[in-house]
Design a protein around this ligand. Structure first.
Ligand code: 4AD
Ligand code: MG
Length: 430
């Protein structure tokens, strides 16, 4: 008999099947044991009735402890009240490995304890559901670009120079020279855009940020498209299309998971283009009206973003930040040299920035000047300057942090639950 996965039980109603999994929980009432069996694809209740099975199987069922690995045989019965719509009448049971004193019990545990046990915590229904939404979100991003003819070309992780400012670089030794872990694949995607037109990369990025906030990770994953012959306006259009596409997909395919997580999806259902666009100046105005003192020229802090983002019930853009608070590659607005042709997308409900992007400086002399102003070692960027020497064109792109987007879509308080093994300021374990 072939084993079936719990998510496929609906195709086997009335049949006797085998399930390979673990015991999530158990409840007994003298002559019946109720086993919550999980196999990673779902959970099903297995009912062991004393009068219907051998005494060995019945007593084995009664002796099982949480997270013991088991193979069960049983008949699939439709049951409207059961969480997945089906129950299993237990016929056979094999213990593969007994689990002793599983640390995560049904009682409440503190966050630190759960984070220390992240390798086990992933088995719990809520964490399981979040990771499944993550999977769908990533897949939706790849599908979105695939359907539009983008080529996925990956960027290196070990790099000779900074992309997003030198203060957050992770340094490492590369034989007899210094290297840095990638902060962003963007510069390489710009080379890709000149070679293939439209490209994207998806990979881990690293920021040695001394920020201990609910939206900062040290290692996070970014999807980064780059498009030749594309200006800021078109860039924002693609962003709002992509975000609407992934939200729609998650709502369609992972509704049960969102429900389990407790996400109210009313606002998500309304996510569709166009997204509101306000200038940096207008965003500063909002902050000042709220009584916050904010100096023109600085970047928004987490709290500023929360305040601005609580004014909206769908994602929106803040565009044209002051040049001084942005990276060296940003293109100046020809209408106003003080600001850059860039935009951040902020998620509503107080979540804040999920995307950063914009139009890139495509003029060789201006870019050389910017590299100097930012005190960057020009020799490391000669290859990047070549892109302006040999057929430079207007081009734009953006980067969406998967964890930030997921925290918003799932309605989570903190990004630590959005990645299987979070790296944070004070945590590199497990
Ligand atoms: O705004 P950022 O720094 O932009 C870039 O890296 C560009 N080079 C991207 C590009 O245009 N190709 O980062 C982009 C996004 C942010 O909007 C946020 O979602 C995420 O990356 N991000 C972080 N996520 C978690 N933890 C952190 N420490 C993050 N820093 C940025
Ligand atoms: Mg940013």
């Amino acid at each position: 008999m072939k084993a079936v996965r719990i998510m496929d039980l609906g195709n086997h109603a009335g049949e006797t099947v085998i399930i390979k999994g673990w015991l999530a929980a158990k409840r007994s009432s003298g002559s019946i044991h109720f086993l919550q069996i999980r196999d990673g694809s779902g959970i099903v209740q297995g009912v062991a009735v004393k009068a219907e099975i051998s005494s060995e199987v019945f007593s084995l069922a009664g002796s099982l402890s949480q997270e013991s690995s088991i193979i069960v045989k049983g008949k699939v019965r439709e049951d409207k009240r059961a969480p997945g719509g089906y129950e299993l009448s237990l016929e056979g049971l094999e213990l593969i490995s007994l689990s002793k004193d599983y640390p995560i019990t049904p009682k409440e545990h503190g966050t630190d304890f759960l984070m220390d046990n992240r390798h086990l915590w992933l088995r719990s229904p809520r964490q399981n559901a979040i990771m499944k939404v993550r999977h769908e979100l990533v897949k939706a991003c790849l599908d979105f670009f695939d359907e539009r003819g983008f080529i996925k070309i990956d960027a290196p992780i070990l790099t000779p120079a900074a992309c997003e400012g030198t203060t957050t670089l992770f340094e490492t030794q590369y034989f007899d020279q210094k290297a840095y872990l990638s902060q962003s694949g963007q510069l390489y995607m710009e080379a890709g855009a000149m070679a293939f037109g439209n490209v994207y990369c998806f990979g881990p990025t690293f920021r040695a940020e001394k920020s201990k906030t609910r939206r900062h990770l040290i290692e996070f994953w970014m999807i980064e498209p780059e498009m030749a012959y594309c200006d800021l306006d078109e860039d924002m259009r693609i962003q709002e299309e992509m975000v609407s596409y992934i939200v729609k997909r998650v709502l369609e395919k992972k509704n049960a998971e969102l429900k389990l997580i407790g996400r109210d999806t009313t606002l998500l259902e309304k996510v569709a283009p166009p997204f509101p666009r306000l200038s940096y100046d207008e965003a500063v105005e909002i902050l000042r009206k709220e009584g916050l003192s904010f100096e023109w020229g600085s970047d928004f802090g987490g709290n500023d973003e929360t305040v601005i983002a609580s004014k909206f019930d769908k994602p929106f853009f803040v565009h044209r930040f002051p040049m001084q608070c942005k990276a060296f590659y940003m293109k100046q607005d020809p209408q106003n040299p003080k600001v850059a042709l860039c935009a951040d997308m902020l998620a509503p409900e107080g979540y804040g920035e999920i995307i950063g992007g914009g139009q890139r400086e495509d003029n060789l002399e201006v870019l050389e000047e910017k590299i100097k102003e930012h005190n960057l070692p020009k020799e490391c960027y000669e290859w990047y300057l070549d892109l302006r020497r040999y057929g430079s064109v207007p081009h734009s792109g953006f980067g969406m942090g998967i964890e930030r987007a997921l925290a918003w879509i799932c309605g989570l308080d903190h990004v630590r639950e959005t990645i299987p093994f979070p790296r944070m300021l004070y945590r590199i374990y497990p």
